[in-house]
Design a protein. Sequence first.
Length: 308
Amino acid sequence: MFAAVARALLLASSRNASLNRFALTHGGRLGARRFVAGESLDAFVPVVRELNAAGFTVASGILGEGVSTEAETEAVCAEYRTLLDRIADERLGANVALKLTHLGLAIDEGLALRNVRGLVEYAAERGIFVRMDMEESACVEPTLHIYRTMRSIGVDNTGVVLQAYLYRAMGDLEALLAVRPNVRLVKGAYLESAAVAFPRKRDVDRNYKALIERALAADGFTAIATHDEDAIRHTIEFARSHGIAARGRFEFQMLYGVRPALQRRLIAEEYPVRVAAPFGGSWFPYFMRRLAERPANVAFILGSMLRR
Ligand SMILES: Cc1cc2nc3c(=O)[nH]c(=O)nc-3n(C[C@H](O)[C@H](O)[C@H](O)COP(=O)(O)OP(=O)(O)OC[C@H]3O[C@@H](n4cnc5c(N)ncnc54)[C@H](O)[C@@H]3O)c2cc1C
């Protein structure tokens, strides 16, 4: 009960513009450093190199979401092109994950489609894959529509995300299977009502495993993005008993700064692990979602602030 209230409060804070401004101006980095891989591209690249050297691939992302003008989206696209150039030039073991509201989805779906298509084609010329993250439930329909549109015109170096907390997730997966999708499966990180999402965690966990099994049994590529050891072991058992080899069919993904020992253990067991590592100055909403996933993180952050 306490955890559910803490989660709701933290997720509500993530969308509060004044808190966001206050934190960025006066809050320093708070404890965000644990989850954010640098405030600039120059700071980010050595982190990617270090992760690559330890056996991980990386999903790189520029922090930011919900921009409100077309000009801002153009600036974001320029930043992503610089990131893609850097990944290609320096041969980093990294792809890119981006948020469509960072590219204009909240302004106009056509604008987001033009922006993301331009970036995915730019990435294709450099042999890089681009995933579209999934945001609040209102974004699901337009995001899937943009994904299907791109696949229908032959833009294939892209993938989407399905969130197990949504009732619709299994139906969305079934509908996507015809195009052999590249899907990242997550539990879901936003504040959603019981009208669209399972309120009880155990239902989310059950649906998550069902989605993993359905996706692995079909064609396509599945990214199992979780820190839940039970779901990870379930995936390994399911793949083993169905003769599904990891390479080329699935990978595990985890967030930068979350359960690093588990990440290393999977690498030692020779499973492919991609670390989702975001960088940039707009870290507040991302940071609040990470705190909401584990209210104990709040105590960790407060403790580290007091120890300074
Ligand atoms: C690579 C990646 C990409 C993602 N992309 C999206 C996306 O596009 N859209 C979206 O809605 N969500 C996304 N998420 C977030 C996801 O939806 C969950 O909110 C998050 O992964 C926590 O759930 P869990 O699967 O780890 O399971 P849980 O059952 O919540 O956690 C399992 C275990 O991991 C620990 N843990 C989980 N999170 C944290 C944390 N922040 N800090 C410390 N310990 C933690 C828990 O304490 C628990 O022991 C992504 C997650 C990952 C790993």
